[in-house]
Design a protein around this ligand. Structure first.
Ligand code: UDP
Ligand code: MG
Length: 204
């Protein structure tokens, strides 16, 4: 059928719904409680939660051509190339049907941040940062039993170093833009959630 001349033109470059979404990045050292608190936020505030680490781990399991490379980087506590992680995140958002996302454990470095900005073209509404000292993070990770091959003392130390060297600059970037919301995460998870709840109630 011919398109009537006065019909509105379909804009081929029209953004999908998720491109106009609200995104909250959730950062913090390994073991700072990002995953735990994100699950709480989902229940109470209607966000869809994506953990970049979980997406990468399921990419390994799916038999992807990048699986071996991703696995090797994760086992060394190193950061996977941004194109891979950003593609997985965009795909997950596209398929979700929601328009409010918590993205946990990302961006881990400036390259991640810039790739996401360029590809997803979304700026986070704000960045939730779980602040916790290294000794406490170590203690938690070595006590949790999630069967993760990177939860051993040697890799935890590497992950913490990568966090300080590569992720803290991203935290500083958002702080300078007035987007950082810092939470003291060195407390029992129920208490941390009280602070998180107050924050989300005032932000949204
Ligand atoms: N990872 C990555 N890019 C990301 C998120 C995770 O390369 O955007 C890799 C990295 O090797 C990291 C590992 O996945 O050490 C585990 O990340 P996750 O966020 O699951 O760990 P957490 O910080 O929650 O303990
Ligand atoms: Mg996690």
């Amino acid at each position: 059928m011919e398109t009537p001349v006065d019909a509105p033109m379909k804009d081929e470059h029209e953004s999908p719904k998720w491109k106009k979404s609200i995104v909250v990045f959730v950062l913090g050292g390994p073991g700072s409680g990002k995953g735990t608190q994100c699950a709480n936020i989902v229940k109470q505030f209607g966000y869809t939660h994506f953990s970049a680490g979980d997406l990468l781990r399921s990419e390994i399991k799916s038999g992807s051509e990048f699986g071996a490379m991703i696995q090797s980087l994760i086992s060394q506590g190193r950061i996977v190339p941004s194109v891979i992680t950003v593609k997985l995140l965009c795909k997950a958002m596209e398929e979700s049907g929601n328009d409010k996302f918590l993205i946990d454990g990302f961006p881990r470095n400036e390259e991640n941040r810039i790739e996401f900005e360029n590809v997803a073209k979304i700026e986070p509404a704000f960045v939730l940062f779980f602040d916790c000292p290294e000794e406490e993070l170590e203690r938690r990770i070595l006590n949790r039993n999630q069967g993760r091959e990177d939860d051993n003392i040697e890799t935890v130390k590497k992950r913490f170093k990568v966090f300080v060297d590569s992720t803290l600059p991203v935290v500083g970037y958002y702080e300078s833009k007035g987007k950082l919301r810092k939470i003291n995460a060195a407390k029992p998870s129920e208490e941390v959630f009280e602070a998180v709840k107050d924050l989300f109630a005032s932000e949204t």
